[in-house]
Ligand binder design. Structure first.
Ligand SMILES: *[C@@H]1O[C@H](CO)[C@@H](O)[C@H](O)[C@H]1NC(C)=O
Ligand SMILES: *[C@@H]1O[C@H](CO)[C@@H](O)[C@H](O)[C@H]1NC(C)=O
Ligand SMILES: *[C@@H]1O[C@H](CO)[C@@H](O)[C@H](O)[C@H]1NC(C)=O
Ligand SMILES: *[C@@H]1O[C@H](CO)[C@@H](O)[C@H](O)[C@H]1NC(C)=O
Length: 266
């Protein structure tokens, strides 16, 4: 029977007698007492049984059916499902003296029900408080730029720090996410202005470069035309053609350049 599995020596002779008496009482009143002995926990729960104040050897019971002794035993249910909570927004001074407001989410579950019951009063509240202080500690050592760009690494860092701290409470921190990083309004404006100025400067450089390329191309074109005099004539006729197509009502009188050159020689 289960009573004999308990830590017999640690509950003492008197305790053993009480347990034996309880077993006898249960056996004598059997058909009725069975309803007081059978307990059920759900798939995701575990029960920690205290017999005369001591945790029964074998740790958590469940899921499903388990037995307790009336009078000497009581038990606590522990939920083993993953629990999530928000870390409320924390005002944090970064390493480069900017105040940012950061919040996050933590996912954790009870891994060892015995430890979660025996080693800490309220595992949930303790984990919440620890998450807040850990967030402050981790972010206090980072620059603003690092906080904005290395969120994943920060979250991972926090998760491992939290997890190792909660090991003694039988709690496994599965995941930490940084939800939002809020910058002060003034800094937001300054950063927007900086980004705009950078974009403008780049645009100017590109325009200047384009002009330089264009002038180089023009120079090359003029050199090609200068190589043969008839090339310039052809270009001249081409221009005439363009004008004729666009403004066909204008009368154009072509003046051969040779004539002008004749004048200029004089
Ligand atoms: C829970 O922790 C106790 C004490 O450290 C240990 O004896 C027990 O084996 C652990 N149970 C599980 C399921 O790890
Ligand atoms: C947790 O509780 C167990 C017994 O329930 C004990 O052996 C262990 O030392 C405790 N651990 C811490 C860190 O308090
Ligand atoms: C100017 O020319 C260089 C090389 O000839 C090219 O790399 C660059 O992209 C050009 N700039 C623009 C604005 O077209
Ligand atoms: C003159 O140009 C107009 C449009 O600019 C066009 O509609 C018209 O047909 C042209 N006339 C001739 C004779 O090409």
């Amino acid at each position: 029977m289960q009573s004999l599995e308990t830590v017999g020596s640690s509950i003492g002779l008197c305790g053993s007698l009480l347990v034996l008496f309880s077993v006898l009482l249960t056996l004598v009143t059997l058909p009725v007492s069975i309803w007081m002995c059978i307990k059920i926990v759900k798939e995701y729960e575990r029960a920690i049984i205290f017999r005369l104040g001591r945790i029964v050897r074998g740790g958590a019971k469940g899921p499903g059916l388990f037995f307790i002794l009336p009078c000497t035993d009581n038990f606590i249910n522990v939920d083993m499902r993953t629990i999530t909570f928000d870390i409320p927004p924390q005002e944090i001074l970064t390493k480069d003296s900017v105040t940012v407001s950061v919040d996050g989410v933590v996912y954790y579950r009870v891994q060892n029900a015995t430890l979660a019951v025996a080693n800490i009063t309220n595992a949930d509240a303790a984990t919440r408080l620890l998450a807040q202080t850990t967030l402050r500690n981790v972010l206090g050592t980072k620059n603003l730029a690092e906080i904005l760009s290395d969120r994943e690494e920060i979250a991972h860092n926090m998760q491992s720090t939290l997890d190792s701290a909660t090991d003694a409470w039988g709690i496994k921190v599965e995941r930490v996410e940084i939800k939002d990083v809020k910058l002060p309004q003034q800094l937001q404006r300054a950063m927007a202005a900086e980004a705009e100025a950078t974009r403008e400067a780049r645009a100017k450089v590109i325009a200047a470069e384009g002009e330089m390329n264009a002038s180089r191309a023009l120079k090359e074109a003029s050199m090609v035309i200068a190589e043969s005099p008839s090339g310039l004539q052809l270009r001249y006729l081409q221009t005439l053609n363009t004008i004729a197509a666009e403004k066909n009502s204008t009368i154009i009188f072509p003046l051969p350049i040779d004539i002008i050159q004749g004048f200029m020689k004089r």
